[in-house]
Ligand binder design. Structure first.
Ligand code: SIN
Length: 302
């Protein structure tokens, strides 16, 4: 038996809920071989979100694992000037600065070292307002609060499959404009006008039902609720239909919630799973390092 076969055989995949998510055990992501990765890729297609506990990953390891899923997305690095103070939670390896970003509430000298603070974030698909949203996001827990800051995930295949036939038919050829003006915590991005008229939404237009490029399955693609607009419908009809689809898609039975431990690595499929985050007590630090994998333009199903 080759070394890689032994490594793959030691891996186990344990579902975390009926909806999505699985724990992958028996693997060290810093020392991954191709055969083990093939098992992980299959489990990811089946479970949409994978959790690997007790991983000790440098930024280089995090990037190397992320790259197995595709080319890395460049991310804006915030707070460059607080990175060299020697704090191991926030020091990003020089060669990783283009690809690893910090999600954190920590402030140093009054300056936020990362994004999203301690706020709650609402259900969303990462960067769905872009023409080609990332295919995967990976989040690695460097320091986590004793409670709060949980991240929930929602299975958008299930959301689609459980719609009644008339609704599936109604939305088959509809598109949605995804609002680029605010982040998932509701903060207005620089350069965008503040408005709450969905008909004025600026952002990418995507099919409401997309075909997953790997599994070929249909999933509901909602992206983000605020200022979303279905341009084929009058504004009030667009609002009513979106409210109904969002209520349906975010039912508890389609979700699973990750309660973070230090050194958890979680990867989610950004094409067929949405996520949201709970707020947490700002007296505790939460520091996560994150990568994203370049995706493809969402394709209409059917
Ligand atoms: C996000 O909402 O994209 C961040 C997820 C997290 O911080 O857990």
């Amino acid at each position: 038996m080759s070394v890689s076969t032994i490594a793959a055989a030691s891996l186990s995949v344990k579902p975390l809920s009926d909806a999505l998510g699985a724990d992958v055990e028996g693997v060290d992501l810093a020392r991954l071989d191709d055969a083990t990765f093939a098992h992980i890729a299959r489990a990811w297609a089946d479970y949409l979100v994978l959790r690997f506990r007790a991983q000790r990953l440098s930024d280089i390891d995090l990037m190397a694992f992320s790259r197995r899923f595709g080319a890395l997305d460049r991310v804006p690095i915030r707070a460059n000037d607080v990175m060299d103070i020697g704090d191991p939670r926030i020091a990003i390896d020089a060669s990783a600065r283009e690809y690893v970003t910090i999600i954190s509430n920590v402030k140093i000298g009054g300056m936020a070292i990362g994004g999203l603070g301690n706020y709650e974030s609402s259900w969303h698909t990462d960067m769905s307002y872009n023409e080609t949203p990332p295919s995967a996001s990976l989040l690695y827990g460097i320091e986590v609060p004793p409670s709060g800051g949980d991240t929930s995930f929602c299975n958008m295949y299930l959301a689609y499959d459980t719609l009644d036939a008339a609704t599936r038919e109604r939305i088959a050829n509809l598109t949605c404009i995804h609002d680029a003006s605010r982040n998932s915590s509701g903060e207005l991005r620089r350069g965008f006008a503040d408005h709450d008229d969905p008909a004025k939404t600026v952002g990418a237009r995507h099919p409401l039902v997309r075909r997953h490029p790997v599994t070929k399955r249909a999933c509901l693609f909602l992206g983000r609720r605020r200022n979303a607009f279905i341009p084929e419908l009058p504004p009030d009809e667009s609002e009513r239909l979106l409210d109904r689809l969002w209520k349906h898609a975010t039912q508890d039975r389609f979700t699973w919630t990750q309660q973070w431990q230090q050194h958890d690595l979680v990867i989610w499929d950004n094409r067929c799973a949405m996520h949201r985050r709970d707020g947490f007590d700002d007296r505790y630090a939460r520091v996560m390092h994150r990568t994203q994998v370049v995706g493809t333009k969402p394709e209409r199903f059917g």
